[in-house]
Design a protein around this ligand. Structure first.
Ligand code: M7G
Length: 418
């Protein structure tokens, strides 16, 4: 295909397929050197802040399951007021970390089970042992993402807030969502830097330069670039007028089919994963309104794969094959965060949060009825509960269920005495 480029850093070549169908391999200048060194200044401009001087203002989110923490603060040496969002993430294990080195080959990459392992024994009980182990510092890196200076929208994106599910009809898209994303969206500068080869060029895994059906495939910001288990790539299309899934129609089928097929081929070649091991999907709503596909292994629980946000590339192709304007006619779900201005706009049309208030009131009323029912059942009740106290104690219905499920349920009188 004309203009195809396969950047292959393993064999240090760039393959170019020209119009005559001949594959041209060009030696990357100093490729080996470039790989072993940090990216050059052409690729990454040095930040103007020093991470070690970060001053915390607030924790936005602490996800103990994902082992990530999102912070907002400042770099006081530069500015007391410009906000910085810092995202810290403990890394997943690489399978190579736990390989046990053979006696003959001890100078390979750092491994957990080696002389450098510090072991603190917490306790031993019979056949069970509990330890705190500190492996080589090279295995303890923290993936750190910084947005500086961050906007209110960035702070909102990384904060834990109340979330609301929206059903976006085509009319609501035209009336509310589209005007909002046209006037207020994250800058796409980083996307154009990639497409125009101004930034992250070294990281490109594959490129098809066709302006209509081409795209750039490269590691996502979220990926450490090393741990295959958590592989996360992004395919960014060259065409600049497709904001999201909503804009896709039958004219885009050649692009979508090429995305699917070429991504699979490139990933198979570079990372050894086959198509059936990959999850390829769009986000709706995305954070960045320039069409891109997210790719990660099916076995990895990547962030953002929830059903209310993700649309599989294959399903999107199939829907458009069935109905060319499917995405202009369908009602799409998406999530809005408390504090978002778009939520206020939807609120004025759809009363989204009122429903929540109503549901809460109904819950309290139900609980009041349950109290009355249980009072009648356990007469005389140990204590009459006020509605306000209901939050603090277990609802009697729950208590009853728990009791009923125990092997030897006490008598009604025993419960009342409690
Ligand atoms: P999205 O669906 O628009 O937003 O995906 P969300 O998933 O963040 O809600 C945009 C994707 O682009 C995300 O997976 C980001 O991690 C990734 N990304 C964002 N930035 C600013 C960069 C960047 O500068 N370089 C790369 N390689 N990826 C980025």
């Amino acid at each position: 295909m004309p203009g195809n480029k396969q950047h292959d850093t393993n064999c240090k070549t760039v393959e170019e397929t020209t119009a005559d169908g001949i594959v041209h391999c060009t030696e990357l200048k100093n490729a080996a050197e470039q790989q072993s060194k940090e990216p050059t200044s052409e690729e990454v401009s040095m930040p103007n802040y020093q991470l070690s001087t970060f001053k915390l203002a607030r924790i936005l989110q602490n996800n103990t399951l994902r082992k990530t923490i999102a912070l907002v603060g400042t770099f006081p040496n530069i500015s007391e007021t410009d906000a910085a969002v810092v995202l810290l993430e403990k890394q997943a294990f690489k399978e190579s970390d736990v390989q046990t080195a053979s006696e003959l080959n001890t100078d390979g990459p750092p491994r957990i089970f080696s002389d450098s392992l510090q072991v603190h024994t917490e306790f031993i009980n019979n056949i069970y042992g509990s330890f705190q182990c500190i492996p080589s510092s090279k295995l303890n890196g923290i993936k750190t993402t910084v947005v500086y200076p961050a906007t209110e929208k960035h702070i909102e994106k990384y904060s834990v807030t109340q979330k609301y599910l929206i059903s976006e009809t085509p009319t609501l898209y035209e009336q509310l969502t589209l005007p909002f994303i046209t006037n207020s969206q994250f800058s796409l500068e980083w996307v154009y830097n990639i497409l125009d080869h101004r930034q992250e060029t070294e990281r490109i895994v594959y490129e098809d330069a066709d302006p209509v059906t081409g795209f750039v495939l490269l590691p996502d910001l979220k990926w450490d670039g090393k741990t295959l288990e958590t592989l996360y790539l992004l395919a960014i299309v060259h065409k600049r007028d497709i904001k999201s899934l909503r804009d896709l129609n039958a004219n885009h089928l050649p692009l979508l089919r090429k995305l699917r097929d070429s991504i699979i081929t490139a990933i198979e070649k570079r990372y050894g994963l086959c198509g059936s091991q990959l999850r390829m999907y769009f986000h709706y709503q995305p954070s960045f309104y320039h069409l891109h596909v997210h790719i990660n292994p099916v076995r990895s629980d990547a962030p953002g794969i929830w059903c209310e946000k993700s649309h599989m590339l294959d399903t999107v192709i199939s829907n458009i094959e069935l109905m060319s304007d499917y995405y202009q006619r369908v009602t799409l779900p998406f999530v809005l965060f408390e504090g978002s201005k778009l939520l206020d706009e939807y609120e004025s049309k759809e009363a989204i949060r009122k429903e929540v208030t109503k549901a809460k009131e109904e819950k309290i009323l139900n609980e009041e009825e349950q109290v009355k029912e249980s009072e009648a059942l356990y007469k005389p009740p140990a204590k009459k509960l006020k509605l306000a106290e209901l939050e603090a104690v277990e609802p009697p219905a729950k208590k009853l269920k728990e009791v009923a499920e125990t092997a030897n349920p006490p008598t009604v009188l025993e419960i009342a005495a409690e």
